[in-house]
Design a protein around this ligand. Structure first.
Ligand code: UDP
Length: 331
């Protein structure tokens, strides 16, 4: 099978590319390196079945050729990370909507199968625990930057479902819940790589708000299992699936655990949302997926525990810091 992955040099995309190569597939990726990096795919470049294009998904000429040549498309290219989104809302909205429009319209010409990666952010301020795929989406107002991401991804979802309903393009949507793992970097605001880096370098461990907000962190291998399973399933067309772990942890407990696991002397400090992001920033208090729909489709169960997940991230960051000659402040 020939697999095209947009955003393939990103954190999740590069793991997905690796998995498909291991399955014996041909993999082509396109990535503009806006948040991805060549380092993520360095080890794949020597693989004979791997090709890559450092370019944007809005290059229609290139994308026409790549979509024509492939059998299936995973569309992961997007502006991601709360920090980036709050700082660059124009880029977020334009990248996310235009990129998806192009991918879907090209896929429609040859009826190629497309998996669109969406996000648990689309549930917005909804307070249901756990979130189910058919829940209402409750967005905040447009003057709060965060919600531009949620809205742009919700439009992507509407568009993908519309292509299936109206034009019979086989599309499917995966709503990802806080995927973490090796290769993820904290620069765009994600909490786990941020806190691990802070702990390893002896900087303050920053907990935003009161730390009682919670998330479910999913190891990237479990996310990739889900994506590959959904893509392969004929009954998934036009459907939305939550993808994540249902093991919930508060951010203060996460910080404490990272401090313990790294043996760090860093202080855990509380930072107001106003200071961390922008005045009036609205956080999501609890975010837990109902994964029964995905379990029903492919028998999905996340396999990697939070402890193993954090261990793999700490080991990866230690190696990365060493490689770059950065002093590690812990044993
Ligand atoms: N967070 C934190 N310290 C950080 C980065 C994030 O306490 O250095 C908090 C953030 O406010 C949120 C949670 O951790 O409540 C998860 O943040 P992330 O950006 O990783 O994901 P999302 O908010 O999209 O779930």
């Amino acid at each position: 099978m020939k697999v095209l992955i947009t955003g393939g040099a990103g954190f999740i995309g590069s793991h997905l590319a690796e998995r498909h190569l291991n399955l014996g597939d041909e993999v082509c990726i396109v990535d503009d390196l806006s948040t991805g990096s060549v380092a993520n795919i360095q080890h794949l470049k020597i693989h004979p079945e791997f090709t890559y294009h450092i370019d944007t998904v809005t290059n229609t000429r290139l994308m026409t050729e790549l979509v024509d040549l492939c059998d299936v498309v995973y569309h992961l290219a997007a502006a991601v990370g709360v920090r980036l989104i709050v700082d660059s809302p124009v880029r977020t909205i334009e990248t996310n909507i235009r990129g998806t429009e192009i991918v879907l319209s090209l896929a429609a010409k040859k009826l190629k199968r497309v998996l669109i990666t969406s996000t648990s952010e689309v549930y917005g301020k909804g307070d249901r625990v756990p979130f189910r795929e058919d829940d209402d989406l409750l967005m905040g107002p447009p003057n709060k930057g965060r919600w531009s991401y949620a809205c742009s991804k919700a439009i992507d979802e509407f568009l993908a479902i519309a292509y299936w309903k109206e034009k019979r393009v086989p599309t499917v949507i995966a709503r990802l819940f806080n995927t973490v793992g090796p290769r993820q970097i904290g620069r765009y605001g994600m909490v786990v790589p941020n806190l691990v880096a802070q702990a390893l370098t002896g900087n303050d461990i920053t907990v935003f708000g009161d730390g009682a907000q919670s998330r479910c962190f999913t190891h990237v291998n479990d996310t990739v299992d889900a994506l590959v399973g959904i893509m392969a399933h004929p009954d998934a067309n036009g459907e939305v699936y939550n993808v994540g772990s249902d093991h919930e942890i508060t951010i203060i407990d996460l910080a404490t655990r990272i401090k313990r696991m790294t043996g760090s002397d860093s202080k855990i400090v509380f930072v107001s949302y106003g200071k961390a992001y922008e005045e009036g920033f609205e956080d999501v208090r609890r975010r837990v997926p109902d994964i029964s729909k995905l379990a029903g489709l492919i028998g999905y169960r996340p396999r990697v525990s939070l402890e193993e997940t954090l261990e793999s991230i700490i080991a990866d960051q230690r190696a990365c810091l060493r490689e770059h000659g950065v002093a590690i402040a812990v044993r």
